[in-house]
Design a binder for this molecule. Structure first.
Ligand code: ADP
Ligand code: MG
Length: 382
C-alpha cells in the first residue's frame, strides 16, 4: 500500500480547455479520499492521470516512493473500478477476476513451459504465484458474496453483481492503491446504500489507499476519511467531511454540500460599544465576539453569514438569545417524506430550513437561530 501525491498537476486538452489546474493533493497511505464536485469539474481526468491513462500536461505524480509521472499504466500498480464495470463480456466471472493476475504471472502455455525450462528461482516463484490464482479468486469472491457466480458470464448478472465482480477483479490484484470512478452511480438507490456500507467495510479490512470520485455529496460525506472538493478543474478545499461541511472555505463549497446548501446571507458586521451585530437581509443579530473576525473599535465590514438549513429552528416563542421574533417567518413547508424543507421569508431576502417532516408548522410561524452555530466570513470584494 502506498501514499499518492499530486504535485502541481495540470491537464489541458486544448488551449481553451483546462480540465485540471495546478492540483496539489496528498493522499495518505491507507486513506479513503473522496474527490467530489459537479459534472465536468475534472474528477475523471484527475483519476485517469493517476492511473496513467492520461498524460499530464504539467506536474508530477508519485505513488509510494516512486515518481510515476511518465510510467505506463500497467507498471503503476494500481487498480481502477469504473461506473460501467468494464467487464470482458466473453469471459466468465472467474476469468474476468483472474485475467489481470494471469497476465502478470505469465499465464499462457508457452511462457509457462519456458519458465519450467529456465528452472530459476524467480521463475519458480512466478509459477507458484500463478498456481495460487484460483485460490485467491475463490477467496475474494467469497468475501464479496459472489462465490456462486464464478461460472456465469457478465450478461447473466445484475448491475449490483457486476459491480461486485469489477471490485473483485481489482482486489485480487492487491494493488498499491484503488481508484474508483463513480462506481455506484448505475445502481438503484437501495443497492447504493448497501454497497456504500460494504465499500467502507472493505476499506477497513484491506487497509488500502483508496481514491474515490463522485458527484454525489452523500457518498462523499459518508465514505471519505477526507473529502477534496473540486470546481472547474480547481481544488477548492480538502479536509474531514465535518470540517468541510461546517467550515466551508468559500461560497462554492458552502452551497455544493448539503441539500439545500448553506444559506449565505449578505450583510455587515458592526461593532458598537463592544457588542457585535450582523445587519443584513433586513435582520439584526447579536453575535459573540469569539465568532467575529477582528474589527476596529466602532468599525464595520462586509461579511457573509453562513447558516445551515438544519440549524434553523421553528418556534412559537423567541427568546433574546435567538434571532429575534418576527425577523424570519415560515412561508411554506414541503415534506419529502424523510425531511421537511422550509421556505423562510426574511424581511429582505429568503432562506431555506430543514426540519423533521413530523413538524407541521403553519405559515407565519417564527424561525429562530442558535447563535453558537453561525459561521461568518469576509465577503470577497467582487
Ligand atoms: P468529471 O469527471 O468531473 O465530470 P472530466 O474530468 O470528465 O469531468 O472532464 C473535465 C473537463 O475536461 C470537461 O470540460 C470535459 O469536457 C473535458 N474533457 C474531458 N476529457 C476530454 C477529452 N478527451 N478531450 C477534450 N476535453 C475533455
Ligand atoms: Mg467523470
Amino acid at each position: 500500500m502506498a501514499k499518492v501525491v499530486l504535485n502541481q498537476v495540470s491537464k489541458r486538452f486544448s488551449d481553451s480547455v483546462a480540465a485540471v489546474s495546478e492540483l496539489n493533493l496528498e493522499v495518505a497511505d491507507r486513506e479513503f479520499l473522496v474527490l467530489v464536485g459537479p459534472s465536468g469539474c475534472g474528477k475523471t481526468t484527475t483519476l485517469r492521470m493517476i492511473a496513467g491513462l492520461e498524460e499530464v500536461s504539467n506536474g508530477q505524480i508519485t505513488i509510494g516512493d516512486r515518481d510515476v509521472t511518465h510510467v505506463s499504466p500497467k507498471d503503476r500498480d494500481i487498480a481502477m473500478v469504473f461506473q460501467n464495470y468494464a467487464l470482458y463480456p466473453h469471459m466468465t466471472v472467474r476469468r474476468n477476476m483472474s485475467f489481470g493476475l494471469r497476465l502478470r504471472y505469465g499465464g499462457n502455455l508457452v511462457s509457462r513451459m519456458w519458465r519450467r525450462w529456465q528452472n530459476s528461482e524467480s521463475a519458480a516463484k512466478r509459477e507458484e504465484q500463478f498456481q495460487q490464482i484460483p485460490a485467491k479468486v475463490d477467496q475474494v469472491a467469497d468475501t464479496l458474496g459472489i462465490g456462486k457466480l464464478l461460472d456465469r458470464y457478465p450478461r447473466e448478472l445484475s448491475g449490483g453483481e457486476r459491480q461486485r465482480v469489477a471490485l473483485g477483479r481489482a482486489i485480487v490484484r492487491e494493488p498499491a492503491a484503488f481508484l474508483f470512478d463513480e462506481p455506484l452511480s448505475n445502481l438503484d438507490a437501495k443497492l447504493r446504500v448497501e454497497m456504500r456500507r460494504e465499500l467502507k467495510e472493505l476499506h477497513r479490512r484491506l487497509g488500502a489507499t483508496m481514491i474515490y470520485v463522485t458527484h454525489d455529496q452523500v457518498e462523499a460525506m459518508t465514505l471519505g476519511d477526507r473529502i477534496a472538493v473540486m470546481d472547474k478543474g480547481v481544488l477548492q478545499q480538502v479536509g474531514p467531511p465535518s470540517e468541510v461541511y461546517h467550515k466551508p472555505a468559500n461560497r462554492f463549497v458552502a452551497s455544493f454540500l448539503g441539500t439545500p446548501g448553506m444559506n449565505l446571507l449578505e450583510g455587515e458586521l458592526v461593532q458598537e460599544n463592544g457588542r457585535f451585530q450582523f445587519r443584513g437581509c433586513g435582520i439584526q443579530l447579536e453575535l459573540a465576539a469569539s465568532q467575529c473576525p477582528e474589527l476596529e473599535p466602532s468599525g464595520s465590514r462586509k461579511v457573509t453569514l453562513g447558516v445551515r438549513p438544519e440549524d434553523i429552528l421553528l418556534t412559537e416563542d423567541a427568546s433574546a438569545e435567538w434571532l429575534a421574533a418576527g425577523q424570519g417567518q415560515v412561508e411554506l413547508i414541503e415534506s419529502l417524506g424523510d425531511v421537511g424543507f422550509v421556505h423562510i421569508r426574511l424581511p429582505a431576502d429568503e432562506a431555506n430550513g430543514a426540519v423533521s417532516p413530523r413538524i407541521t408548522a403553519k405559515a407565519g410561524v417564527n424561525v429562530a437561530l442558535d447563535r453558537s452555530i453561525l459561521g461568518l466570513q469576509d465577503r470577497p470584494a467582487s
